[in-house]
Ligand binder design. Structure first.
Ligand code: NDP
Ligand code: GDR
Length: 353
């Protein structure tokens, strides 16, 4: 039975990857950080009472900023594969917490790689680094592929650039099976609620049920290549199974503006958005002229990534990977899920007065 260690197990990708690896018969160990309130909602359904027999899902407290903890954990678990998904992953927040983001996302990656090296596991433990299309930043080439030059545009992307190169370096210096997945945006009903897609699908659901009046957004001209997280964790696993460690773009090859995502999400609850005005004065109305969407400059970023569109040819050719869920299917799934979430929250509030 293969054993995997997943950092960031409580996040969107950690939850989907845990499900995938458990379905493949792995023993899965997740690194979870201590929080003052529960942060395990996405993986609670996978939890097994440690007193039961045949437990294959284990959680360990830890933090990417704590080297000794990471070394001890790798020593105890002795994983065959490590998926390093933990990160302060919000681009806008990284402008507020640049030093912490560098520590957790950049040096955190080094800490895991060093743990593998200190423990002499370079040849027995494969390593996956959650790299990102944010590395491409300011447009140098479209579509973006493995050879496109990087131009990070945020403290998050700068930290992830260090993580990318230290992964390449440990592969070349120590012969480790260490790979980067350069993943374009991927979403799902489990996406954090402050990322733009989930913020929009949740608002569409709440507005359609009369539980929210308005949605405030930042740059609606930004274009993203959005896929489904379920497809992308399959790609992560394939990257780690490849005979040779390497770096791969995972993307759909299709790009859309934030504005068109808004239109699709509201269409899923039978609301057609009519736009008026431009720039910060742009507003979205329903067919009855009710104001639903406004721009709030507080969501603008000091430096923005305007256009991402990935070329996943290398992953298709070498790994046989391609996305299976269309953007339209994903939007429907997210909106349907948020309709349930919002209704449950409403029922809970009503119960407690
Ligand atoms: P999430 O923000 O949903 O999850 C991040 C995870 O990292 C959470 O489990 C979080 O814990 C954990 N974490 C954060 N800081 C620390 C820390 N200091 N120590 C230990 N754990 C920590 O991200 P996603 O699941 O969306 O993304 C997974 C990875 O892939 C991230 O590295 C992200 O940067 C990268 N990525 C994501 C893409 C996407 O579109 N989703 C695209 C490309 C790359 P907690 O739950 O306690 O907050
Ligand atoms: P991103 O995702 O920055 O691409 O990083 P996010 O959903 O936060 O933003 C996408 C685009 O939408 C614009 N935008 C808004 N964004 C947010 N969050 N909130 C708003 O109100 C809003 N209005 C407009 C943004 O300016 C941006 O252009 C995600 C993260 O998962 C990273 O960890 C990952 O590396 C990349 O995707 C690939």
């Amino acid at each position: 039975m293969k054993r995997a260690l997943i950092t960031g197990v409580t996040g969107q990708d950690g939850a989907y990857l845990s499900e995938l690896l458990l379905s493949k018969g792995y023993e899965v160990h997740g690194l979870k950080r201590r929080a003052s309130s529960f942060n395990s909602a996405r993986i609670d359904h996978l939890y097994q009472d440690p007193h039961e027999s045949d437990v294959r899902f284990h959680l360990h407290y830890g933090d990417m900023t704590d080297s000794t903890n990471l070394i001890r954990l790798v020593q105890e678990v002795k994983p065959d594969e490590i998926y390093n998904l933990a990160a302060q992953s919000h681009v806008a927040v990284s402008f507020e917490t640049p030093e912490y983001t560098a520590n957790a996302d950049g040096i955190g990656t080094l800490r895991i790689l060093e743990a593998i090296r200190i423990l002499g596991m370079e040849k027995t433990c494969r390593f996956y680094q959650a790299s990102t299309s944010e590395l491409y930043g300011l447009v140098q080439e479209v579509p973006q592929r493995e050879t496109t030059p990087f131009y990070p545009r945020s403290p998050y992307a700068a930290a992830k650039m260090y993580a990318y190169w230290i992964t390449v370096n440990y592969r070349e210096a120590y012969g480790m099976h260490a790979s980067n997945g350069i993943l374009f945006n991927h979403e799902s009903p489990l996406r954090g609620e402050t990322f733009v897609t989930r913020k929009i699908t949740r608002a569409a659901a709440a507005i359609s049920l009369g539980l929210q009046d308005r949605l405030y957004l930042g740059n609606m001209d930004a274009k993203r290549d959005w896929g489904h997280a379920r497809d992308y964790v399959e790609g992560m696993w394939r990257i780690v199974q490849a005979d040779e460690a390497d770096d791969f773009v995972l993307a759909t090859g299709v790009t859309q503006t934030v504005r068109s995502f808004v239109e699709a999400a509201f269409a899923a609850v039978d609301i057609t958005i009519h736009w008026k005005g431009q720039g910060v004065d742009e507003k979205g109305y329903d067919a009855n002229g009710r104001l639903l969407i406004e721009v709030d400059p507080r969501y603008f970023r000091p430096t923005e990534v305007e256009l991402l569109i990935g070329d996943p040819s290398k992953a298709r050719e070498k790994l046989g990977w391609s996305h299976t869920t269309s953007l339209a299917e994903m939007v429907t799934e997210m909106v349907q899920s948020d309709l349930k979430v919002v209704q449950q929250e409403r029922a809970r509030k009503d119960r407690h007065g």
